[in-house]
Design a protein around this ligand. Structure first.
Ligand code: AHM
Ligand code: MG
Length: 330
């Protein structure tokens, strides 16, 4: 049976009698932006033929860098959606309130990384869009404020990603669980392909940029050594896999189990990844799938953000692997 993402989301939200359908509409709009971005991503290799950034393509249209295109697409689609009061993006210094009459009445705000891992475009590896949805704390009827975007991750209503890989998928989590939808290109619909996704409690893959190990803390070094150590009963050494594209590394971790780590180190104590639109959405997905996510000591979702673009170390994935890593780095 073919169930589209829209149909699935409507059915799920009907489980809550008080639901208005706004969240389903918002997820549909994010999916729509994903399809438009997907179309451009699929043409990325043709950029030299169609014209580079600043040049015009065969249709005489201005070519844009893909991450800028993805950002503008999400901003435009969410502005015309009547469920979004404003956005914050990795590409914009400040949050952006939508001030038209519909948007000020909306109850949700969205944070996103429009095209994460974009350095992988040149080598044709998977990239993705990451998003987080919060209910605003500022009064409905007014433009949204910075406060709406500085809520801890456990206040997320939903979060997800779109992966532009060998196929294009949208995965999103609510408190009800995690579901994955594969884009069926012939009908242009995301269709339910991965219902009720669960991250295995144990895994045998660790995913980290080990090239940074000279800068690791002692605990972090000890954990990586533990992963490489031989122990037949425990299935070690673990396999090491690191694409360097968070969405792709997390998608594998969610499906196969394992641990994904971007730690703090001596030169960057808070690591590289951003709390609000990279770590928190992934943490919500992992927790809703039975996994775990911490900054080394605390649950990622409990961290109260103080700045829009703040960075945060992350250890996320199979519950038991994350717990083990914490014993080393705490
Ligand atoms: P970006 O937002 O500039 O694309 O950077 C984020 C990416 C993640 O997708 C990935 O996990 C990480 O950077 C890889 O960083 P590094 O090359 O330092 O290992
Ligand atoms: Mg990013």
């Amino acid at each position: 049976m073919l169930i589209t993402m829209d149909e699935f989301t409507i059915q799920e939200t009907r489980k809550f009698p008080q639901a208005t359908g706004d969240l389903s509409a918002l997820l549909r709009d994010i999916g729509l932006a994903g399809k438009i971005i997907n179309n451009q991503v699929r043409k990325a290799g043709l950029v030299d033929i169609l014209g580079k950034h600043g040049a015009t393509n065969v249709q005489g249209e201005e070519q844009m860098k893909l991450d800028i295109f993805a950002n503008e697409t999400l901003i435009k689609i969410l502005k015309s959606s009547s469920e979004c009061a404003g956005i914050a993006s990795e590409e914009n210094d400040d949050h952006l309130p939508y001030e038209d009459a519909y948007s000020t009445q909306a109850k949700y705000v969205v944070l996103f990384d429009p095209l994460d891992g974009s350095s992988n475009i040149d080598v044709n590896a998977s990239i993705g869009t990451i998003f987080a949805i919060y209910k605003r704390v500022s009064p409905v009827g007014t433009p949204c404020t910075q406060e709406d975007f500085l809520q801890p991750g456990n206040k997320q209503i939903a979060a997800g990603y779109i992966i532009y890989g060998s196929s294009t998928m949208m995965v999103y989590a609510t408190r009800l669980g995690v579901n994955g939808f594969t884009l069926e290109p012939s009908i242009g619909e995301f269709c339910l392909s991965h219902p009720n996704m669960k991250c295995p409690e144990n895994g045998n893959i660790y995913s980290i940029n080990q090239g940074n190990s000279v800068k690791y803390s002692e605990g972090m070094l000890a954990y990586v050594n533990y992963c490489m150590e031989s122990n037949k009963e425990e299935g070690r050494p673990y396999r090491q896999r690191y694409i360097g594209s968070m969405v792709a590394d997390m998608h594998r971790t969610l499906i196969k189990g394992g641990i994904f780590i971007y730690p703090g180190d001596k030169s960057s104590p808070n690591g590289k990844l951003r709390l609000q639109y990279e770590c928190n959405p992934m943490a919500l997905i992992m927790e809703a799938a039975g996994g775990k996510s911490v900054d080394g000591a605390n649950n990622t979702l409990e961290i109260v953000p103080t700045e829009l673009h703040q960075r945060c170390p992350i250890f996320t994935g199979s519950k038991n692997m994350v717990k083990k890593a914490m014993e080393f780095v705490k």
